[in-house]
Design a protein around this ligand. Structure first.
Ligand code: CA
Length: 315
């Protein structure tokens, strides 16, 4: 079956991540789902940003000098929505200010802003009404445990906003994703959420949650996950290995194990300008994952290229 194309932070290969123009572009490129990452502001407003920090994608350090924490970072949680909306969003940069992806959008003439989760959902519905093509959403609850330590339980509010926009049933075009396995169980069991759920699987060293990921990749862990979630979003590097010597690409069996457990598999992140180890081209990468591993969907910064690949290869 044709894999679903998830626009990772929008068409982030072309325009600054998580801005509405990046979402509109992804929609126009034919993406099946638009991703939102959701973080809480000081006044508990939920905004669409990838990090709990602001400094790598906005001009916060110039606008609000002295508002950083001990670690030197500026936190979304320390700013009210009005302040966040005054910031300008730019292409992602490293700690030293250099661009993470030097070939991406680099103009400073255009002004991009932060929007709330509700504003983005409204924007997505307006786009669909104008064009007629349906598109799904793929929101992530960021760091629920960390947010609770900061005094805010973001999940009920997050689910409430989805319900306000009519996303309540399992058949609705939405996947809710989270790295935190405990939070996903809570969402399904305690909060009674019927939406499709995706367990993101990262590396313990990333510190995204207190979930330990290695057991989740084993058959038993996947079978257990299938009682709660509809699919997994594994890091791309855990789905294959590169043979030493001849460089041959082989499956680790993760995708097959997940399929055996009845789970959909949506790996991340497919970037044409940052190919993972072992692949010489974006086409080779897509061919392996789509044709060999039969993934069910994928997160990409370049939705146009994946949509074109899928169309070419599904004739
Ligand atoms: Ca995400």
């Amino acid at each position: 079956m044709r894999p679903v194309v998830i626009a990772h932070r929008g068409a982030s290969g072309y325009l600054p991540e998580h801005t509405l123009p990046a979402k509109a572009l992804a929609y126009a490129m034919g993406a099946d789902y638009l991703e939102q990452d959701v973080v809480a502001a000081r006044d508990d407003a939920l905004v669409v940003l990838h990090d709990i920090h602001l400094d790598r994608v906005t001009d916060v350090a110039c606008r609000y000098p002295g508002r950083q924490r001990q670690d030197g970072r500026y936190y979304v949680r320390d700013f009210d929505l009005g302040e966040l909306k005054s910031l300008e969003v730019h292409e992602r940069s490293n700690a030293d200010g250099s661009p993470v992806y030097p070939d991406r959008f680099n103009s400073t003439d255009e002004i991009f802003r932060i929007q709330t989760f509700a504003e983005e959902l409204d924007f997505v519905q307006t786009l669909q009404a104008a064009d007629g093509r349906p598109v799904g959403i793929y929101p992530e609850i960021k760091r629920p445990e960390w947010h609770r330590h900061e005094g805010v339980d973001i999940t009920p509010q997050f689910l409430g906003i989805l319900a306000d926009f009519g996303y309540e049933e399992h058949s609705d075009p939405v996947y809710v994703q989270c790295f935190d396995a405990k939070e996903l169980r809570r969402i399904r069991r305690e909060l009674g959420c019927r939406l499709k759920l995706i367990q993101l699987i990262g590396e313990d060293s990333w510190g995204e949650s207190s979930t330990r990921y290695a057991p989740l990749r084993a058959q038993q862990g996947l079978e257990r996950l299938a009682r709660t979630v509809d699919g997994i979003g594994p890091w791309i590097r855990r789905a294959y290995r590169v043979a030493r010597g001849n460089g041959e690409i082989r499956s680790t069996g993760l995708v097959q194990r997940a399929h055996t457990a009845g789970l959909a598999v949506h790996p991340y992140t497919f970037r044409a300008d940052e190919l993972p180890e072992g692949f010489a081209s974006f086409d080779a990468l897509l061919t392996f994952f789509i044709d060999e591993l039969s993934i069910d969907g994928l997160f990409t910064d370049f939705p146009d290229q994946v949509v074109q690949f899928v169309r070419r290869n599904s004739v």
